[in-house]
Design a protein around this ligand. Structure first.
Ligand SMILES: Cc1cc2nc3c(=O)[nH]c(=O)nc-3n(C[C@H](O)[C@H](O)[C@H](O)COP(=O)(O)O)c2cc1C
Length: 397
């Protein structure tokens, strides 16, 4: 199965202090080979000049003065732009524009185009933390997510008033990387994914813990890709090195026990579980309440942590994808694990994949299908895993 990409992106810039970053977004989209047209709202024009975008390769730059000008073939500009664009990216998106999108207000060129647009819309908000946490803004964002719009950020970081808080525009390179991965096909429309990622910790004392070298990258790439392919994605993350983009919901956990209880709860509302987390398998028999003082020896006994997949009760036969990290007899051991843990698909991994950008995996499903993916980036592997899943689901019907 080959996924088709589309190239025409309409970048809508609204009146935030982060407007200057939209110039970098344009530059990076152009560098990725996209055709970009830009609309600036009247407020955005107070922060950045149309000329900056035109000079950096925007195919066309529109302002509100263009709203009532018909295009050459007589179509209104907002209708022509909605037809031309494959994706709309609103970055930065103000609280004001988000609220208006929710209400279907169309009182400027950007909003009229959005109301007339039927394809994927990405929204990257940027605002002061109180504006972001205002219940009305939160409700608006939730409602738009439910309607299929994909939110990128905001993230925690330095805001315009020099405080560090949530509301900062996601960095341009991250926004562009995410948007450029978007594909035309929405293979998982109406499917609810639960993805787990990252390592858990088992504390020995208040400051020391055991863990493993998982970066969470594989799970995050799968979660992001599932979102771009049209799914609803709930991510449960242990310790991860990169902040995921575009998620519908994220929960953070520390221990394997927490990962289990959150997964068990969220599993009830999901159609597909992708268990890419690397939970710590052993927990200390005794956890010290105070920091252990220096000493010449420390003997510790470990117990087995809860086995999440074995302990989940899959009463409704939901689809489960699990990972198997093996050092020997990869295929045989992974198949055994798939059966023992009630998985539908197993992705067998080598230790060398951990923490690395590239890797090779062997995917197998319970119907006997097998596919080897060699020396690909984690993003490419994530795509392959989801396409393998799609074929499995299509076969099942
Ligand atoms: C200096 C300054 C910075 C602003 N930054 C933001 C911002 O980051 N996010 C936001 O939602 N609104 C911000 N605003 C408020 C918006 O500009 C205002 O709500 C405006 O009406 C938005 O119009 P638009 O959504 O049509 O672009 C800022 C206003 C000023 C004066």
């Amino acid at each position: 199965m080959k996924l088709k990409k589309r190239n025409n992106i309409l970048l809508i810039v609204t009146g935030s202090i982060a407007c200057y970053k939209s110039i970098e977004i344009l530059r990076l989209l152009k560098k990725s080979g996209k055709s970009v047209r830009v609309i600036l709202t009247r407020s955005a024009e107070r922060f950045v000049m149309p000329l900056s975008f035109a000079s950096l390769g925007a195919e066309k730059v529109y302002t509100d003065n263009d709203q009532f000008i018909a295009t050459e073939n007589g179509t209104s500009l907002h209708i022509a732009l909605a037809e031309w664009a494959d994706y709309i990216l609103v970055a930065p998106a103000t609280a004001n524009t988000i609220a208006k999108i929710r209400m279907g207000i169309a009182d400027n060129l950007a909003l009229s185009t959005i109301v007339a647009f039927t394809k994927t819309i990405f929204i990257a908000p940027a605002m002061n933390v109180n504006m972001f946490e205002n219940p009305v803004t939160a409700e608006n964002i939730d409602a738009l997510k439910k309607r299929g719009m994909i939110f990128i950020g905001p993230e925690e970081g330095a805001l315009a008033n020099f405080t560090v808080d949530k509301g900062r525009l996601t960095e341009p390179d991250k926004i562009v990387r995410f948007v450029c991965n978007a594909t035309e096909e929405k293979l998982f429309k109406n499917k609810r994914f639960l993805v787990t990622a990252g390592a858990t910790r088992a504390y020995i004392d208040p400051v020391r813990f055991i863990t493993n070298s998982s970066s969470g990258r594989m799970g995050i790439e799968i979660a992001e890709e599932a979102k771009l392919m049209g799914g609803y994605v709930h991510l449960i993350a242990g310790s991860i090195l990169t902040e995921p983009v575009g998620m519908d919901k994220i929960d953070y956990v520390v221990t394997t026990k927490e990962l289990f209880s959150k997964t068990k709860e969220a599993f009830k509302k999901s159609d597909i579980l992708i268990m890419a987390a690397a939970p710590v398998d052993f927990i200390p028999k005794k956890t010290y309440p105070n920091k252990i003082k220096k000493r010449s020896h420390l003997n510790m006994e470990f117990l087995q942590a809860v086995d999440i997949l074995k302990s989940l009760q899959n009463k409704d036969n939901k689809v489960i994808i699990g990972f198997a990290l093996e050092t020997e007899n990869i295929e045989k051991n992974a198949l055994k694990k798939m059966k023992e843990k009630g998985m539908d698909i197993v992705v067998a991994n080598e230790v060398s994949n951990m923490g690395s950008d590239r890797g090779s995996v062997l995917m197998m499903d319970k119907t006997g299908r097998k596919k080897l993916i060699q020396d690909k980036t984690k993003r490419e592997i994530a795509k392959e895993v989801l396409l393998f899943l799609k074929e499995f689901l299509d076969k099942e019907v």
